[in-house]
Design a protein. Sequence first.
Lengths: 142, 142
Amino acid sequence: MQTTKEIIQENGLKATPQRIAVYDTMKKLGHASADMVGEVLKETYPTLTKATVYNVLESFDEAGLLVRRYSSNNKMYFDVNTYDHVHLYDTAKSRYKDYDDPGLVALVNKYLANRKIPGFSIKKIDIQIVGIADAEAKKQMN
Amino acid sequence: MQTTKEIIQENGLKATPQRIAVYDTMKKLGHASADMVGEVLKETYPTLTKATVYNVLESFDEAGLLVRRYSSNNKMYFDVNTYDHVHLYDTAKSRYKDYDDPGLVALVNKYLANRKIPGFSIKKIDIQIVGIADAEAKKQMN
DNA sequence: TTTGTTTTTTAGAATTATTCTAAATAAATT
DNA sequence: AATTTATTTAGAATAATTCTAAAAAACAAA
């Protein structure tokens, strides 16, 4: 299994201690905002600044190591899982969860493959299922 | 055909001059940020403030007259077309366009209808096709 | 190693979208 | 007309993100 250092280097970036720390934290959190990453790291890495967290996440995004998302609490989120997958977005808790449904992704990709959109070159397809999770789901039912 | 006043009232809101102006502007723009609405209206309606634009759009969202979106330039957008449809998001210009493809929407809805997600109650499905439009699309090809 | 060059990090200020607050206005109700 | 309630206004407050300029680290060349 690859080390974090190797993963970062294979994507064309220098594996600085800050980048390694941010990547490991993102792997642990799955989906997170820059703020959440900083919060987790401030104990083990007190000199790390928010500007660096943003810089590092930005460089990861450019290198394709993660993907940016935007949610309805108006914050940037980052997702370390870069393979094609669907997102569940819980409006009650402003949280993302991956929804691993290759069937749905394949279905939509196949559908769009046959149907070119004139004047538009597709980079990616983003399917987001918005709703309410768990306990809150019950409360809202009637 | 319904007047703006009627549309607003039928959704349970008082049809104030500000609300009428904002609604008409949204209809003209299709997708817009609060800022864009304010910009358009500041000539014909110089006393209208940004706080009011936000208040009005917020009340429209609650009443179901429009729908909020969030895009990768980190801004709130509003969409007057509330029926089920797909969005094209142009990353070059940070702009939304509707992509009216009932087939795709139906396909995804049907697929998900048979597959309940445990612990999650679905409110809506948001399909966004991200890419680059027109002139920019050509430039990026090789 | 030393030197020079480039990249990354840092701290804090600047920016900007959105929300909040409290007063003023308008609309609706009695 | 008087009173209550909802809406608008202006500007201040908040908060996420970006920018700036200096310091530190990494790298390359000699």
